[in-house]
Ligand binder design. Structure first.
Ligand code: SF4
Ligand code: SF4
Ligand code: SF4
Length: 279
Protein backbone atom coordinates (compact mmCIF):
# COMPACT_ATOMS: atom_id res chain seq x y z
CA UNK A 1 0.00 0.00 0.00
CA UNK A 2 2.75 2.43 1.06
CA UNK A 3 4.74 1.52 -2.06
CA UNK A 4 1.71 2.27 -4.23
CA UNK A 5 1.21 5.64 -2.55
CA UNK A 6 4.89 6.54 -3.05
CA UNK A 7 4.64 5.66 -6.75
CA UNK A 8 1.49 7.75 -7.14
CA UNK A 9 3.21 10.73 -5.47
CA UNK A 10 5.91 10.63 -8.14
CA UNK A 11 3.30 11.22 -10.82
CA UNK A 12 1.50 14.01 -8.96
CA UNK A 13 3.82 16.95 -9.67
CA UNK A 14 4.21 16.18 -13.41
CA UNK A 15 0.46 15.62 -13.70
CA UNK A 16 -0.27 18.91 -11.92
CA UNK A 17 2.14 20.77 -14.19
CA UNK A 18 0.54 19.21 -17.28
CA UNK A 19 -2.97 20.05 -16.05
CA UNK A 20 -2.10 23.71 -15.40
CA UNK A 21 -0.74 24.12 -18.93
CA UNK A 22 -3.59 22.16 -20.47
CA UNK A 23 -6.08 24.46 -18.72
CA UNK A 24 -4.25 27.49 -20.15
CA UNK A 25 -4.14 25.82 -23.60
CA UNK A 26 -7.86 25.07 -23.73
CA UNK A 27 -8.88 28.43 -22.21
CA UNK A 28 -6.83 30.43 -24.72
CA UNK A 29 -7.90 28.22 -27.63
CA UNK A 30 -11.57 28.79 -26.85
CA UNK A 31 -11.41 32.46 -25.87
CA UNK A 32 -9.11 33.51 -28.72
CA UNK A 33 -10.62 31.03 -31.23
CA UNK A 34 -7.12 30.06 -32.26
CA UNK A 35 -5.98 26.43 -32.42
CA UNK A 36 -2.34 27.51 -32.15
CA UNK A 37 -2.73 28.12 -28.40
CA UNK A 38 -3.96 24.59 -27.87
CA UNK A 39 -0.91 23.20 -29.65
CA UNK A 40 1.56 25.66 -28.11
CA UNK A 41 0.67 25.31 -24.43
CA UNK A 42 -0.06 21.57 -24.71
CA UNK A 43 3.41 21.07 -26.15
CA UNK A 44 5.11 23.19 -23.46
CA UNK A 45 3.11 21.57 -20.64
CA UNK A 46 3.89 18.07 -21.93
CA UNK A 47 7.60 18.85 -22.29
CA UNK A 48 7.74 20.20 -18.72
CA UNK A 49 5.76 17.26 -17.37
CA UNK A 50 8.22 14.86 -19.07
CA UNK A 51 11.11 16.72 -17.41
CA UNK A 52 9.48 16.56 -13.97
CA UNK A 53 8.57 12.89 -14.44
CA UNK A 54 12.12 11.95 -15.43
CA UNK A 55 13.36 13.87 -12.38
CA UNK A 56 11.04 11.88 -10.10
CA UNK A 57 12.60 8.72 -11.51
CA UNK A 58 16.05 10.17 -10.84
CA UNK A 59 17.16 10.51 -14.44
CA UNK A 60 20.31 12.64 -14.29
CA UNK A 61 19.53 14.86 -17.27
CA UNK A 62 15.79 15.30 -16.60
CA UNK A 63 15.92 19.08 -16.40
CA UNK A 64 18.09 19.35 -19.50
CA UNK A 65 15.55 17.31 -21.50
CA UNK A 66 12.76 19.79 -20.64
CA UNK A 67 15.08 22.76 -21.19
CA UNK A 68 15.95 21.57 -24.71
CA UNK A 69 12.40 20.55 -25.64
CA UNK A 70 10.95 23.93 -24.62
CA UNK A 71 13.97 26.16 -25.32
CA UNK A 72 14.58 24.98 -28.89
CA UNK A 73 10.84 25.03 -29.69
CA UNK A 74 10.54 28.64 -28.56
CA UNK A 75 13.77 29.90 -30.04
CA UNK A 76 13.79 28.00 -33.35
CA UNK A 77 10.08 27.50 -34.11
CA UNK A 78 8.42 30.55 -32.55
CA UNK A 79 11.36 32.92 -32.89
CA UNK A 80 13.19 32.02 -36.11
CA UNK A 81 10.44 30.32 -38.13
CA UNK A 82 7.29 32.19 -36.98
CA UNK A 83 9.16 35.49 -36.50
CA UNK A 84 7.76 36.11 -33.01
CA UNK A 85 9.96 38.29 -30.82
CA UNK A 86 9.65 36.55 -27.45
CA UNK A 87 12.33 38.74 -25.87
CA UNK A 88 11.45 41.56 -23.50
CA UNK A 89 11.43 44.04 -26.44
CA UNK A 90 8.74 41.89 -28.07
CA UNK A 91 6.73 42.06 -24.86
CA UNK A 92 6.88 45.88 -24.80
CA UNK A 93 6.07 45.98 -28.52
CA UNK A 94 2.89 43.91 -28.22
CA UNK A 95 1.93 45.72 -25.03
CA UNK A 96 2.19 49.12 -26.76
CA UNK A 97 0.17 47.89 -29.73
CA UNK A 98 -2.48 46.66 -27.27
CA UNK A 99 -2.35 43.12 -28.67
CA UNK A 100 -2.66 40.28 -26.21
CA UNK A 101 -0.79 37.77 -28.37
CA UNK A 102 2.51 35.87 -28.57
CA UNK A 103 5.05 37.65 -26.35
CA UNK A 104 2.47 39.24 -24.03
CA UNK A 105 0.81 35.86 -23.41
CA UNK A 106 4.21 34.20 -23.02
CA UNK A 107 5.27 36.82 -20.46
CA UNK A 108 1.98 36.65 -18.58
CA UNK A 109 2.16 32.84 -18.28
CA UNK A 110 5.87 32.17 -17.84
CA UNK A 111 7.25 35.31 -16.29
CA UNK A 112 4.59 37.40 -14.56
CA UNK A 113 1.66 35.37 -13.17
CA UNK A 114 3.03 31.82 -13.59
CA UNK A 115 5.86 32.46 -11.08
CA UNK A 116 3.19 32.85 -8.38
CA UNK A 117 2.71 29.09 -8.78
CA UNK A 118 5.97 27.67 -10.10
CA UNK A 119 8.48 30.39 -9.15
CA UNK A 120 11.39 30.67 -11.53
CA UNK A 121 10.74 27.27 -13.07
CA UNK A 122 11.04 29.04 -16.43
CA UNK A 123 14.71 29.76 -15.65
CA UNK A 124 15.46 26.18 -14.67
CA UNK A 125 13.41 24.24 -17.20
CA UNK A 126 12.68 26.30 -20.28
CA UNK A 127 14.81 29.38 -21.00
CA UNK A 128 16.69 29.14 -24.30
CA UNK A 129 19.49 31.42 -23.07
CA UNK A 130 20.19 29.31 -20.00
CA UNK A 131 19.82 26.17 -22.14
CA UNK A 132 23.17 27.13 -23.72
CA UNK A 133 24.77 28.67 -20.61
CA UNK A 134 24.13 25.50 -18.61
CA UNK A 135 26.39 23.60 -21.04
CA UNK A 136 29.43 25.62 -19.92
CA UNK A 137 31.90 24.22 -17.38
CA UNK A 138 31.07 26.32 -14.28
CA UNK A 139 27.88 24.70 -13.03
CA UNK A 140 28.47 25.94 -9.50
CA UNK A 141 29.91 29.42 -8.91
CA UNK A 142 33.62 29.46 -8.10
CA UNK A 143 33.63 32.87 -6.40
CA UNK A 144 31.32 34.76 -4.01
CA UNK A 145 28.43 36.60 -5.62
CA UNK A 146 29.06 40.19 -6.76
CA UNK A 147 26.76 43.11 -6.03
CA UNK A 148 26.03 43.75 -9.71
CA UNK A 149 22.30 42.97 -9.70
CA UNK A 150 21.51 46.64 -10.45
CA UNK A 151 22.61 46.07 -14.09
CA UNK A 152 19.42 44.12 -14.80
CA UNK A 153 17.33 47.20 -13.94
CA UNK A 154 19.36 49.31 -16.39
CA UNK A 155 18.81 46.64 -19.07
CA UNK A 156 15.10 46.57 -18.27
CA UNK A 157 14.81 50.36 -18.62
CA UNK A 158 16.85 50.35 -21.85
CA UNK A 159 14.64 47.71 -23.46
CA UNK A 160 11.55 49.75 -22.57
CA UNK A 161 13.05 53.02 -23.82
CA UNK A 162 14.22 51.40 -27.07
CA UNK A 163 10.73 50.21 -28.02
CA UNK A 164 9.08 53.43 -26.75
CA UNK A 165 11.46 55.47 -28.94
CA UNK A 166 10.53 53.37 -32.00
CA UNK A 167 6.85 54.08 -31.35
CA UNK A 168 7.38 57.79 -30.69
CA UNK A 169 9.37 58.10 -33.93
CA UNK A 170 6.50 56.27 -35.71
CA UNK A 171 9.01 53.96 -37.34
CA UNK A 172 7.88 51.93 -40.33
CA UNK A 173 8.34 48.16 -40.65
CA UNK A 174 8.11 47.58 -36.89
CA UNK A 175 7.49 43.82 -37.30
CA UNK A 176 10.72 43.49 -39.29
CA UNK A 177 12.67 45.58 -36.76
CA UNK A 178 11.33 43.40 -33.94
CA UNK A 179 12.51 40.27 -35.75
CA UNK A 180 16.01 41.69 -36.18
CA UNK A 181 15.99 42.86 -32.56
CA UNK A 182 15.21 39.28 -31.59
CA UNK A 183 18.14 37.93 -33.63
CA UNK A 184 20.69 40.55 -32.60
CA UNK A 185 19.46 40.65 -28.98
CA UNK A 186 19.79 36.89 -28.61
CA UNK A 187 23.21 36.90 -30.24
CA UNK A 188 24.34 39.55 -27.75
CA UNK A 189 22.80 37.69 -24.79
CA UNK A 190 24.66 34.52 -25.73
CA UNK A 191 27.91 36.40 -26.27
CA UNK A 192 27.74 38.36 -23.00
CA UNK A 193 26.50 35.30 -21.10
CA UNK A 194 29.36 33.10 -22.33
CA UNK A 195 32.06 35.75 -21.77
CA UNK A 196 30.74 36.45 -18.25
CA UNK A 197 30.53 32.74 -17.42
CA UNK A 198 34.19 32.23 -18.30
CA UNK A 199 35.35 35.49 -16.71
CA UNK A 200 33.52 35.00 -13.41
CA UNK A 201 33.70 31.19 -13.55
CA UNK A 202 29.93 31.02 -13.13
CA UNK A 203 27.54 29.67 -15.80
CA UNK A 204 24.62 31.66 -14.40
CA UNK A 205 26.39 35.03 -14.07
CA UNK A 206 24.22 36.44 -16.87
CA UNK A 207 21.06 35.44 -14.97
CA UNK A 208 22.35 36.97 -11.73
CA UNK A 209 23.47 40.34 -13.04
CA UNK A 210 22.29 41.13 -16.57
CA UNK A 211 18.99 39.50 -17.53
CA UNK A 212 16.19 42.13 -17.51
CA UNK A 213 13.50 39.46 -17.31
CA UNK A 214 14.50 38.83 -13.68
CA UNK A 215 12.92 42.21 -12.87
CA UNK A 216 9.53 40.49 -13.39
CA UNK A 217 10.57 37.09 -12.11
CA UNK A 218 12.07 38.05 -8.76
CA UNK A 219 9.14 39.82 -7.04
CA UNK A 220 6.56 37.34 -8.37
CA UNK A 221 8.54 34.25 -7.37
CA UNK A 222 8.79 35.62 -3.82
CA UNK A 223 5.19 34.40 -3.40
CA UNK A 224 5.68 31.12 -5.27
CA UNK A 225 3.63 28.10 -4.16
CA UNK A 226 6.29 25.70 -5.41
CA UNK A 227 9.42 26.01 -3.24
CA UNK A 228 12.24 23.79 -2.06
CA UNK A 229 11.89 23.46 1.70
CA UNK A 230 14.16 22.02 4.36
CA UNK A 231 13.12 19.45 6.96
CA UNK A 232 15.03 20.78 9.96
CA UNK A 233 14.70 17.45 11.82
CA UNK A 234 16.65 15.66 9.12
CA UNK A 235 19.18 18.41 8.25
CA UNK A 236 22.70 17.94 9.67
CA UNK A 237 23.94 21.37 8.45
CA UNK A 238 26.58 19.83 6.19
CA UNK A 239 26.31 22.74 3.73
CA UNK A 240 26.31 20.54 0.60
CA UNK A 241 23.09 22.12 -0.70
CA UNK A 242 24.55 25.62 -0.68
CA UNK A 243 27.78 24.40 -2.28
CA UNK A 244 26.01 22.98 -5.35
CA UNK A 245 23.44 25.77 -5.77
CA UNK A 246 24.11 27.69 -9.01
CA UNK A 247 22.21 30.72 -7.63
CA UNK A 248 23.68 30.95 -4.09
CA UNK A 249 20.37 30.32 -2.32
CA UNK A 250 20.34 29.45 1.37
CA UNK A 251 17.81 26.68 0.98
CA UNK A 252 18.11 25.55 4.62
CA UNK A 253 16.21 28.69 5.64
CA UNK A 254 12.51 28.08 5.03
CA UNK A 255 11.44 31.72 5.29
CA UNK A 256 10.52 33.66 2.14
CA UNK A 257 13.25 36.12 3.03
CA UNK A 258 16.01 33.55 2.78
CA UNK A 259 19.29 34.64 1.22
CA UNK A 260 18.83 34.94 -2.57
CA UNK A 261 15.44 33.26 -2.21
CA UNK A 262 13.99 34.92 -5.33
CA UNK A 263 16.94 33.62 -7.34
CA UNK A 264 15.97 29.95 -6.98
CA UNK A 265 15.51 28.43 -10.45
CA UNK A 266 14.09 25.14 -9.11
CA UNK A 267 16.94 23.14 -10.64
CA UNK A 268 16.83 20.70 -7.68
CA UNK A 269 20.62 20.30 -7.59
CA UNK A 270 20.40 20.85 -3.81
CA UNK A 271 17.78 18.10 -3.48
CA UNK A 272 20.00 15.68 -5.39
CA UNK A 273 23.05 16.57 -3.28
CA UNK A 274 21.44 16.35 0.18
CA UNK A 275 22.75 13.22 1.93
CA UNK A 276 19.82 13.16 4.38
CA UNK A 277 16.90 13.68 2.02
CA UNK A 278 16.08 16.77 4.03
CA UNK A 279 15.01 18.86 0.99
S1 SF4 B 1 17.39 34.89 -15.59
FE1 SF4 B 1 16.94 35.39 -17.73
S2 SF4 B 1 18.52 34.32 -18.94
FE2 SF4 B 1 18.53 33.44 -16.90
S3 SF4 B 1 17.22 31.68 -17.09
FE3 SF4 B 1 15.94 33.37 -16.33
S4 SF4 B 1 15.06 34.31 -18.14
FE4 SF4 B 1 16.75 33.00 -18.82
S1 SF4 C 1 20.11 24.29 -6.07
FE1 SF4 C 1 18.17 24.31 -4.95
S2 SF4 C 1 18.04 26.33 -4.02
FE2 SF4 C 1 19.60 26.43 -5.60
S3 SF4 C 1 18.53 27.16 -7.41
FE3 SF4 C 1 18.54 24.93 -7.52
S4 SF4 C 1 16.60 24.34 -6.53
FE4 SF4 C 1 16.97 26.45 -5.97
S1 SF4 D 1 22.58 19.21 2.16
FE1 SF4 D 1 20.80 18.48 3.35
S2 SF4 D 1 21.64 17.95 5.32
FE2 SF4 D 1 23.19 19.20 4.30
S3 SF4 D 1 22.76 21.31 4.99
FE3 SF4 D 1 21.63 20.99 3.11
S4 SF4 D 1 19.61 20.32 3.77
FE4 SF4 D 1 20.96 20.05 5.50
Amino acid sequence: MMEKLKKMKKFMLPAMMWLIFETIAVTLWLTKQNLFYLFNFSYIGTALAIGFLLFQFQYRHARRVAQFLVGTYMFVYLGLICNENMQIEGFWYYLFTGVFEAATIHYAVAKIFGPLIFGRGWCGFACWTAMVLDLLPYKTPQHPRKKWGFIRYIMFALSFLFVAALFLAQTNHMERIMFWTFLIGNGLYYLVGIVLAFTLKDNRAFCKYICPVAVFLKPMSYFSLLRVKCDKDKCISCGKCKKVCPMDVDVTDNSRKRENGTECILCYECVKACPKNAL
